[in-house]
Design a protein around this ligand. Structure first.
Ligand SMILES: *[C@@H]1O[C@H](CO)[C@@H](O)[C@H](O)[C@H]1NC(C)=O
Ligand SMILES: *[C@@H]1O[C@H](CO)[C@@H](O)[C@H](O)[C@H]1NC(C)=O
Ligand SMILES: *[C@@H]1O[C@H](CO)[C@@H](O)[C@H](O)[C@H]1NC(C)=O
Ligand SMILES: *[C@@H]1O[C@H](CO)[C@@H](O)[C@H](O)[C@H]1NC(C)=O
Length: 458
């Protein structure tokens, strides 16, 4: 199932952008492309401009194939994950992958020299997405998972057309890594496979690796092959094509509440049951969390397509979105401001500083600019300093520049941070379309918008 899409729908909507809460952006799907004014279809299935046109923008569901901003090509790199320096909030990123390694939504923290992705009670968790795209290649990550029924940790590759290769861990079973893959987001219920008998995945770092070539996906844990899937096993005679992941994909690391009561029952069951927002970790630390150590990306480095990273950016030339429709070309990847789109990359250019910071609440911008919203409202991440740009802490104290509110400013072990949660489910064309969770944390009002998988399977 495309359950992991939930993790991508995860986001916190800052108070400063809560205006969008009242006025939901239009939805998009294969059958319903975005209108010209808000041409970009985000990975959450909603139309907008600015960050909607960056990572996750689905060209097939957007106004036109060139509505999305071209995607930065693969870069081989080891991400130490021992500081927050390379992590930038989604509200501060305009597409320059030389300035940030990861784009964050939610609450990443530094603890003991590793990055924690946190999920405070009643929140939708945290997701990091790489700023560059892998077109085949190897990626490995040292991970300690979260724990507890309903709490899901994920390390996945996800392309803009929703080709996906997954590791997922459900906190109810700390001996298993679940693996899966999807082709263009088509829900296929028989492709998952377990790698079993791991030593406690919450207590212990294991190194999880995905090796992806045009012919084979191999999942390895601690250097040992746990599963192999061949392209030759994925022929779809109806569609007359391989249902095999083949398009440039971002690395995504996340923690998300599979057991949240707003989710479909099937998702809750898969996640090991309803989530306990009063878990030991939440009582002790203030949040559930997953720990990410070193992440290494090795590009496929093909000499000719598919799988190259010879130029600047990847774009799609055809709605089939197969590996012969990708161009590794020289189009630029950066917007001048959040008023921009792939169709007009320089729009709003004058609002911008050289550092690429732009205001999402610019009075001239009325369309939604941050898919899923941002945590950078008043009382949250400092508005003028990039999240994680040097003010992150070293070592044992997890307080950081990415504090969502005063609530967590006291450090790793915090309490008395009352959160009043309420959630409502809205329905959209009969699908489970979206869930909004409002909560108050300290002085900061957060609205979380969770777009459920069904949204873009319409
Ligand atoms: C890439 O650049 C070419 C030439 O400038 C342009 O025609 C094309 O639309 C661009 N593609 C995208 C996806 O921006
Ligand atoms: C994988 O393991 C989980 C329990 O951790 C189980 O619920 C699920 O059915 C297993 N899946 C497969 C494909 O064996
Ligand atoms: C991708 O490209 C390779 C090389 O051209 C080709 O062999 C393969 O069949 C293509 N399709 C898929 C689904 O990977
Ligand atoms: C095969 O392709 C068809 C048409 O795209 C799709 O509806 C179906 O789900 C695919 N089957 C499998 C097993 O993936």
């Amino acid at each position: 199932m495309v359950r992991s899409m939930l993790s991508l729908g995860v986001a916190l909507l800052g108070a400063s952008t809560a205006v969008f809460a009242a006025d939901e952006p239009p939805t998009c799907s294969l059958e319903k492309k975005c209108p010209k004014e808000t041409p970009c279809c985000s990975q959450y299935g909603q139309c907008g401009i600015g960050a909607y046109c960056l990572g996750g923008c689905d060209p097939r569901m957007s106004f036109s194939l060139d509505s999305c901003v071209p995607a930065p090509v693969c870069q081989s790199k080891t991400y130490k994950m021992d500081s927050l320096d390379g992590i930038v909030d989604v509200s501060k990123y305009l597409g320059d992958s030389s300035k940030a390694d990861w784009v964050a939504q939610g609450e990443p923290l530094l603890f003991n020299g590793n990055v924690l992705l946190t999920m405070p009670a009643h929140s939708v968790g945290t997701v990091l997405a790489s700023t560059t795209y892998m077109w085949y290649g190897n990626v490995k990550a040292k991970v300690k998972t979260s724990r507890g029924a309903g709490v899901v940790t994920a390390f996945i590759l996800l392309s803009d057309v929703k080709d996906e290769i997954d590791y997922e861990w459900v906190g109810a079973d700390l001996s298993v890594a679940q693996t899966n893959y999807y082709f263009q987001g088509i829900p296929e219920y028989v492709n998952s496979g377990n790698i079993t008998s791991l030593s406690d995945t919450y207590e212990n770092f294991h190194e999880y690796e995905i090796q992806w070539t045009p012919d084979t996906i191999t999942w390895l844990v601690d250097g040992k092959v746990g599963r192999t899937k061949k392209r030759s096993e994925t022929w779809n005679a109806t569609a007359n094509q391989w249902n095999y992941p083949q398009t440039p994909a971002r690395v995504q690391l996340s923690i998300w509440p599979g057991g949240a009561d707003s989710n479909a029952q099937g998702t809750i069951d898969w996640a090991g049951g309803p989530i306990d927002w009063n878990s030991d970790d939440i009582k002790k630390f203030g949040y559930d969390f997953a720990t990410f150590g070193e992440v290494t990306v090795e590009c496929y480095n093909a000499k000719s397509a598919p799988g190259t990273n010879l130029h600047t950016s990847y774009t799609y030339t055809d709605y089939r979105a197969t590996n012969d429709t990708i161009v590794d070309g020289t189009n630029r990847t950066t917007l001048k401001s959040f008023a921009g789109t792939g169709l007009d990359m320089d729009a709003g250019g004058s609002d911008t500083s050289g550092s690429g910071t732009a205001s999402a609440s610019s009075p001239t911008v009325t369309a939604a600019t941050i898919p899923g919203g941002t945590a950078s409202g008043p009382g949250s991440a400092p508005a003028d300093s990039d999240s994680g740009s040097g003010s992150g802490t070293s070592g044992g104290d997890s307080s950081s520049s990415v504090q969502p509110s005063n609530c967590q400013a006291t450090g790793f072990s915090q309490d008395g941070c009352g959160s009043s949660g309420s959630s409502t489910t809205s329905s959209n064309s009969g699908q489970s379309a979206g869930v909004r969770v409002e909560r108050t944390l300290g002085t900061s009002a957060f609205a979380a918008l969770v777009a459920v998988a069904g949204l873009f399977l319409l």
